[in-house]
Structures are given as structure tokens and as C-alpha cells.
Design a binder for this molecule. Sequence first.
Ligand SMILES: CCCCCCCCCCCCC/C=C/C(=O)SCCNC(=O)CCNC(=O)[C@H](O)C(C)(C)COP(=O)(O)OP(=O)(O)OC[C@H]1O[C@@H](n2cnc3c(N)ncnc32)[C@H](O)[C@@H]1OP(=O)(O)O
Length: 719
Amino acid sequence: MAAFARVSGSVGLITLQNPPVNALSAAVRQGIVDSVQRALREPEVKCVVICGQNGIFCGGADIREFSGPMSGPPLIPMIHSIEVAAKPVVAAIEGSALGGGLEIALGCHYRIAHSKTRLGLPEVTLGLLPAAGGSQRLPRLIGVPAALDLITTGRHVTAAEALQLGMVDQVTDRNVTDVAVKFALSVVGKPLDARRISMHSCPHSPDLDELFERTMQHVRQRARGAIAPVACVQAVRAAATLPYAQGMEKERELMATLFTSGQARALQYCFFAQRAIGRWSMPSGARWDTSKPRPVHKTAVIGLGTMGRGIAVTLAQAGFPVIAVENHEKQLMAAKQAISGMLERGAKRRGVTPVLNKITYSRDIQSVANADLVIEAVFEDMALKEKVFQQLSAICKPGALLCTNTSGLNIDHLASQVRNPELVVGMHFFAPAHVMKLLEVVYGPRSSSEALATAMAVGKKIGKVSVAVGNCQGFVGNRMLEHYVEQALFLLEEGATPELVDQALEEFGFAMGVFRMSDLSGLDIGWRVRKGKGLAVPDPTTGQTARVQQGRRYSPVADLICEQGRFGQKTGQGWYQYNTPGSRVGKPDPWVHNFLKDYRARHGLVARRIDHQEVLERCLYSMINEGFRILEDGIAAGPEDIDVIYVFGYSWPRHRGGPMFYAHMVGLPKVLERLEHYHQAHPDVPSLQPCNLLRKLVANGSPPIQKWKEVMKKINSRL
Ligand SMILES: CCCCCCCCCCCCC/C=C/C(=O)SCCNC(=O)CCNC(=O)[C@H](O)C(C)(C)COP(=O)(O)OP(=O)(O)OC[C@H]1O[C@@H](n2cnc3c(N)ncnc32)[C@H](O)[C@@H]1OP(=O)(O)O
């Protein structure tokens, strides 16, 4: 809806009204059309101001409408009618003016913004382009280079930057609607043609062809197969080279392709999934809206290795006082130096003062006695963590939340070491902890809803995308990853090379394939974990690690690589070879190829031709299958939780929506059929055996992903 009122005698004030963000639903668009007509019709109205209610101008088109048939007045003619109006129209912008919201403002003759406003055309992040004239008006207003940057990245700018770029005419700290009303009255009777952006031509930029070519190359590289950024460049090129009407035609054509694409569906799904994960629930029935977080004023981090340092930085940057504990003086000093450097570099990047004084360093674990929340980040060793938890239980004040940053150890076992097991949760950060957005918040069977609510609230405050998950080996992310890596190793045994597997995954959209990624993170990490699980252990009779372990197929290929001291980038050799240890550019390594040949010969394996499709199906479907098991076990509350974990923690390409959304797009019957096919070919690989939930969803007509939870509930209630 949009309300119309006459204010200050002759100003027609149009207020967009659609909480929470005044999205441009059909009703809002109708309201604007009616109000503009009325303002132009009424002779008492001399000028018009458009604003939004509740401190926000407009969050753009109503994204929910994109998944159904569109109805109501279309945006383009509506904005055109504002631009051609014979009375001056002023946009009074506060809060946010995004997407279609900013496009309306660009159709107005003047734009006045509150100093705290953020403006942008984020359509590209939803798999679209600013197709209500934004791709044609913005370059005409601020020039091609700046418009290319904003439209291809979807970046939001502050009011100050918008003023500098020429996107807005004035910035104010006062009530923006009052200022706009006064301003509108002051421009009544002035000529409007020069204020109609569509009548401008693009400001001249030198070497335009070269700029577009460079940007296109850069965008293609960064996009990893996403089509919207490429379309955005093409649309801006049309603005720079064609008259407005033809540019609009090009914008429409490009949008028609994007609008119905799977990538747009995936990205819009991600938008809502990211918000849905905040509405967490526990199997006990406790929920985000019925559980109150405890207040957290003081925090502590135990163990200042790589993870502990990153966690301390994250907490301090969010404003929490942190007690950072490391029991060896030399390591404590090294950590202090590293943390100070991280804080200083971060502050420089953000143009703020480093918060060095938020962190107190100590060698004495007793110093955490007053902390409200303690995060243990010591070495990944259960005996060591048990000891730390026993100490914390004795030291910490009653009610303190005790968290562990384990990446897979049993939370419930750690909870059993303390007086108040209900106050123990996992906070699984991803490396580097001060950079990566994902946080898995892990509740055990004894964790209270209050403890989970507190960890989720802290996660939000420190700017993490926090997902609540249940306790199991590897939690959600690493539990699924295990199957992905396992298939990649089996593919090497069967005839693939690391390059072939990585190329297939990188063409799919991963920033790095599984082997390149392992080289980056260090092969020794997985080796240690496998040894801890009793795998990677040579058979005493043959001296070799068996290819069947714990009753199932096992590939010792990665262990044998590690035995050669090849730990990846840090040693200059891993699945690839590097010019020097620490170098980031890996080349295919003939040693690895020969090693694989010898290995296959030793085990009587005959190499066969493996194509990209098999790589994707084996690696991704086995992982998706585990995702269904995770849903079946109630470890994740819904597919959105799994997808958000993969997009934010494992660089799953966002334009493919996450593994579970990808399964929905491929079609559950096809995923089931391919898993059955591969399981028949490899009966000794349990992860290829389709799980019950997948079978049941297919038997229930393969409902769309938005309905899985409902169907899961129905299936469970029938059991
Ligand atoms: C057959 C071929 C046809 C081809 C032709 C096609 C015709 C169609 C042409 C249409 C042309 C359209 C051109 C314009 C496109 C757009 O405008 S796309 C939308 C662009 N806007 C955005 O991307 C902004 C998205 N929103 C935000 O970034 C943030 O919400 C915010 C505005 C900055 C506010 O943030 P915050 O205060 O943190 O609140 P949130 O938690 O994020 O949101 C609160 C709830 O509001 C929901 N929501 C937000 N924005 C929208 C939206 N634009 N539409 C619908 N819903 C929105 C959000 O989901 C939250 O609700 P819950 O999910 O229920 O929690």
C-alpha cells in the first residue's frame, strides 16, 4: 500500500507502507500508481515527495512475488510516469533504498538522503539485474565505471559515498521527509528536463571498450559460472552505447533470461534461507522465539593457536572484552603480537581505531573466573579438552556458558566433565575465524535452550551466520564433507587424476577443487583425524594400510601421500607441486601420476576413463545423501540449515543454492536413481546407498524443497 496526504499546503506526500521493509508488492505498486495520478491531477498539489514508513524508504521489489505469476502494475511504466511528471518529485530516502526502491528514487527528479541511509542495486546477488531502468539510469547519473562497480557487485553505499558519486543531491541528519518537503517547495516551477535522468547521455569515459573488456574478464573470473554479473555488464554497456529506449529493450531481454533461470531461484532461496536459520528449533520443541539468551558482558578464549587468535579478534571487534589465555609465556607473547597485528590491519581496512585494549592476556586459566562465556580453542585432543572443561567447571562463576570450538569431537562427552552440562555448547568457527562468516552452534542432548539462545545471540552480535545443529561426529559440515572427500579418493584409485577431479568441481563453481583445497589447508590435518579414528593404520602382517577398514572400502591414497612428507602448499608438495614451500600456485605433478599408477598396479586396479559427470555425481550425490541422513537424524532442522552451512563455510557456489537445493533442482528421482546405480557398482561403499528419507520423499512425489519439512513431519508421524 501507499498512503497519500497533502502536507505544507501544496506538497503531495506519498508514503510506502509495507512492513518490514516496504517491499514493492503488487499492492504497493498499485498504491504508488494511484497516488502519483492523484498528485498530478489535484491542482492544489504543486510538488510531490515520496518516502517510506517506519524509517526505511524501500527494500526493493517483493522477492517473494518472483516465484509466482506477477500481477499488479509493472514497475517500469510506474517509474516512467514519475519521471515525466510535470510537477517536481523528490525522494526522501532513509534506512535503505535498494533495488527497485533505488530505481524509484532514480525516477524522481531529486533525491535527499538521511546520513545513515544505505543505497544499492543488489539484484545481482539475487541472480537478476536492475531491470526497472536501474541499469540504464545509474550509469547516466554517476558514470559508467562507478555504475559498473555498484551493479556488478550489488554493493551498498553509504549516504556520504552516494553524495560523492552524485547519486543523491543532498544528505541530512535531520528528519529527511521534512527536509524533502521544504526542498520540494523550493523547486516548484523550475525546469525539470535536466532532472530526468533518462534524457541524459552517459558521461564520457575514456577507453570504454577496454573498461568493459577488463570488467567482463574480472566478473567472469569472480563469478565462477554465475550468469547475472555477466548480464549486468552487458546491460551497462547498452546504457553506454545505445539510446535510452534501446538500452531499456536490452535490459528487458537480459532480465527475461535471468528471471526464470535456476541460478535466480537458487540465489533467492539463499536469501530467505539465510534469514530462516535465525528461527531455530531444538528437538525438545524449544525455539528461538520462546528462549531467552543470558546476558554476556565478558568473554574468554582458552588456547591461542590459529583458531583461538581469530576468535579473540572477532569477539573484540564486536565490542566484547576478552580474556585470552595461553599457558606458555612464549606462545602467549607470540599470540599477543599476532592478535594485535590482526586488530590493527582490520581497523585500518575499516577506517576505525584498533580495539587492542579489549583483550587482556593471561597465562592463568583462573583469570576467566568472571567471564559470562568461555570459548575453549585448545588443540583438537579429547583428553586435553576434558581437562580444560574440568578446570573451567571448577573456576567459572555459576551460569557461565562453556563453549568448545571443536570441529567434531563429542559435545556431550565434554558436557559430562562439568557441573552444569546444560551450559555446554559447541561454537564451531571456520578458519580463519575472524574472516569466515559461518558458525555452527552445536547443542548436545543436555544443552539448555537458554545456552543455545545465548550462543546464537553472541554469534549474531559478532557478525557470524550462525546455524544451530545437533551433536554428532563432524556435526553437519564435516560429516557431509567426509563423503565428498572419500569419493574423490576412490576416483583416483579408479583412474582419475587430482586435476581432473578438481577441474570438474571448479567448473561446477567451487573456488577450489577438493585436492587443491586439501593442499591449501594441509594434508596432515586429515591424516591426524584418520589416525585418531583408527584408520590410516598399516596392517601388521602386510605393513600396508588395507583397502577395507572397519568393514567398508577405504582408500589409503591420502595417507600414503602424507607418509612421503607431502602435506600440501606448506611443504611445497601435496596433490600438486609448488615452486617453493608456501607458494600458492600448484602444477600437476608427474610424481603423483606415477605414484597413482604404481598404487593401482600394486592393488590390481585397472584405470578407466572417468568423466566430469561421474566426478560430480559421485562427490556431490554421496554428500547430499548424507545431508538427507542428517535431516533424518534431526541433526539439522531443515534443508536451509545445511545449505547455509555449505554456502558460508565450504564455498559451495551460492548460485547453486547449497547441496540440498541442488538436489531439488536436479530432481530427487534422478539423485536417487544415480545413487542406486553407483551403489550397485560399489556395494562396499555405504555412503552411496540411498538413505530412507530420500526414498520416502521420492515415494511422496518429490515435493519442492520448501515442503520437505512438512512431508518429513508427516512421514515421522506415520511411523
Ligand atoms: C518471463 C520473463 C519475464 C521477465 C520480466 C520480469 C519482470 C519483473 C521485473 C521486475 C524488475 C524488478 C527490478 C527490481 C528488483 C529488485 O528490487 S529485487 C530486490 C532487491 N532488494 C534487495 O535485495 C534487498 C533485500 N533486503 C535486504 O537487503 C534487507 O532485508 C534490508 C532491506 C537491508 C533490511 O535488513 P534487515 O533490517 O536486517 O532485515 P531482514 O531480516 O533482512 O529482512 C526483514 C524481513 O523482510 C524480508 N525482506 C527483506 N527484503 C525483502 C524484499 N525485497 N522482498 C521480500 N521480502 C523482503 C526478509 O526476508 C525478512 O523476512 P523473513 O525472511 O520472514 O525473516
